[in-house]
Write a protein that binds this ligand. Sequence first.
Ligand code: ATP
Ligand code: MG
Length: 367
Amino acid sequence: MFVNQITLQNYRNYEQLKLGSFGPVNLLIGQNAQGKTNLVEALYVLALTKSHRTARDKELIAFSETSAYIGAEVSRKYGDVKLELMLSTQGKKAKINGLEQRKLSDFVGTLNVVMFAPEDLEIVKGTPGIRRRFLDMEIGQVAPGYLYHLQQYQKVLVQRNNLLKQAWGKEASIQVMLEVWNEQLAEHGVKIVKKRKQFIKKLQKWALEIHQGITGGKEALQLTYVPSFGEADEEDEAVLLDRFMLKLSQVREQEIRRGMTLAGPHRDDLAFSINGREVQTYGSQGQQRTTALSLKLAEIELIHEEIGEYPVLLLDDVLSELDPYRQTQLIETFQDKVQTFITATGVESLNTGRLKEAGIYHVHAGQ
Ligand code: ATP
Ligand code: MG
């Protein structure tokens, strides 16, 4: 798919922007704090209705304004679509070809993007919460229904935790209510875990291949789901349901003591290993960076596999950090199939032949 045109109003430091005639490779060049990241972020937000940088939509709206607008014309295999997202302090509204979408989850997936930014290193190095967020955002793009189960799960989780907080010393009286929440928690939780495992299995195939390409066949990258209940590779829903319920009964006393839910997809993790050793613990800085890169590039192939079209690639500040060989590798791999937006502070830091034919946009003070 291909972004032809983008319109912004009161989005971060863009008061008004209309940019068009994008090509396959687009360079956004400008000094620090001019709006380069804001522009690629806007495309990301249009794809996912959420930013990769913040969970607070208010930050996306220009200072002293109460609403923001992101619009784009996107060419897809089946035709052109006009996407619009209105952000306000009251909430979000999304339109496809002028038609307001009842659910935001119906809007997500109309534009697909893969973003690679410096903070993606945290997917490898950071806390489990960052890896869960990565999984949820990426699966949400390709698997219809996933975000629905996630939202429902989170709702039940809040209610169940509230109940557990008051449960100490009143175990008998909360019994019935807890059973109700357990069932709902497991119903949605199992769907989430199953989808995550399927996603990781597919991503694994591509990540291994791409990582081997980058490292000249020396490193075998392995992704593993780390579950809080059941076996890592179990995907059968009935079995998962059984294991989840069993685990909840095992941790019950502890949950009441601590006033929180201790098993479920909100406690799961994703582990990376290279040649059998955990990257988070033993990997060098370069290996961690390459792992994150392989993961992102694998996503491009996975999205293609799932929806039959390549997503748009957003490279924020990362190309200049790669050595010339890896820059070339990255651009050449996806040349002619993946539309790419690249931000950098100067063209000097970018030295692949392919970039010479890129469209160059100079970003200065929100213009
Ligand atoms: P760098 O090279 O340092 O990464 P950049 O060009 O990517 O810079 P952006 O992150 O896009 O810079 O931010 C540009 C400016 O946008 C910053 O000065 C920031 O203060 C401003 N900004 C961020 N949020 C808002 C907002 N809600 N309203 C107005 N301006 C904002
Ligand atoms: Mg930036």
